[in-house]
Design a protein around this ligand. Structure first.
Ligand code: BT5
Length: 249
């Protein structure tokens, strides 16, 4: 039975915990390794974007997994991680998170956590997956005025500081529980859809291939978002979603 967190490597300052986890994976480290950092000098999001958090305030960790699954299963791992974060916030802090495709956890419509999955293939199976998770904990988004309209922290939502060690333990316990389900074949689609507030809404997706607008209809097992663009179905595999306001009548 895998055990996420059986080995935890704690760092004060790193470039990115995902880099360290990838290097460990390439050296043959066992799955379940967790790498944490108090500060990341080059913390990153998708598409090489920056992940910004003041030092010593938050959870920034990477988990090494070796699920014996095909490459399309990375979408299940992202859903699993988003759900594990959401369930931790629900059960440990009694918050009411929602999810935003593909990798965001929101509180009151603002992003409080993000997930960055990086994988390596061997032939047509996953050799390893590095699951990077960042949760904004004890700081104020006043530190980042450009992010403040879209982002939040647990402290801001709860009105008090949170004990990070206990939160990390709760998150690792959730990840273990959900990863066991993944290995038994769970696709996490129903639980993910249930928290995906954008379904049925008019949205804009900025995808690497261009901008699309339509009604968000569903998500697929391999990670696509299905959009209804004036009667034509479109599938998008990566991008950033903005919810559009209802047009004025
Ligand atoms: C993500 O990317 O949301 C993935 C974040 C993953 C961070 C973890 S921390 C541990 C591990 N090691 C790493 O180097 N990374 C992972 P994406 O969906 O692309 O969102 C990035 C965008 O979110 C940026 O372009 C900003 O607009 C915004 N952003 C940056 N910092 C933020 C923060 N602390 N909270 C909310 N939004 C933020």
């Amino acid at each position: 039975m895998p055990y996420i967190g059986q080995r935890i490597e704690r760092h004060t300052v790193v470039a990115s915990t995902n880099d360290l986890a990838r290097a460990a994976a390439q050296r043959g480290a066992a799955e379940g390794l967790v790498i944490t950092a108090e500060e990341q000098l080059a913390g990153r999001g998708r598409f090489g974007r920056k992940w910004r958090v003041p030092r010593g305030t938050s959870l920034q960790l990477s988990v090494l997994l070796r699920p014996p699954l095909p490459p399309t299963a990375t979408a299940r791992v992202v859903r699993m991680a988003a759900l594990a974060v959401a369930l931790t916030l629900e059960e440990h802090l009694h918050l009411a998170p929602t999810l935003k495709w593909s990798n965001d956890v929101l509180l009151n419509g603002r992003k409080c956590a993000g997930i960055l999955l990086e994988s390596s293939l061997r032939g047509d199976v996953l050799e390893y997956v590095v699951l990077g998770i960042g949760v904004n904990v004890n700081f104020s988004m006043r530190a980042y005025p450009d992010l403040a309209p879209y982002a939040t922290t647990l402290q801001a939502e709860l009105g008090h500081e949170i004990e990070r060690g206990a939160l990390e333990n709760a998150l690792l316990a959730q990840l273990n529980a959900q990863y066991a389900k993944l290995l038994y074949g769970e696709d996490f689609l129903d639980a993910y859809r249930a928290r995906l507030t954008m379904l049925g809404q008019s949205i804009r997706v900025a995808a690497p291939t261009g901008i699309l607008e339509g009604i968000a209809q569903d998500v697929t097992d391999d990670g696509a978002l299905i959009l209804n663009c004036q009667g034509t179905e479109a599938r998008v595999y990566a991008g950033d979603v903005t919810i559009l306001k209802e047009p004025a009548r």
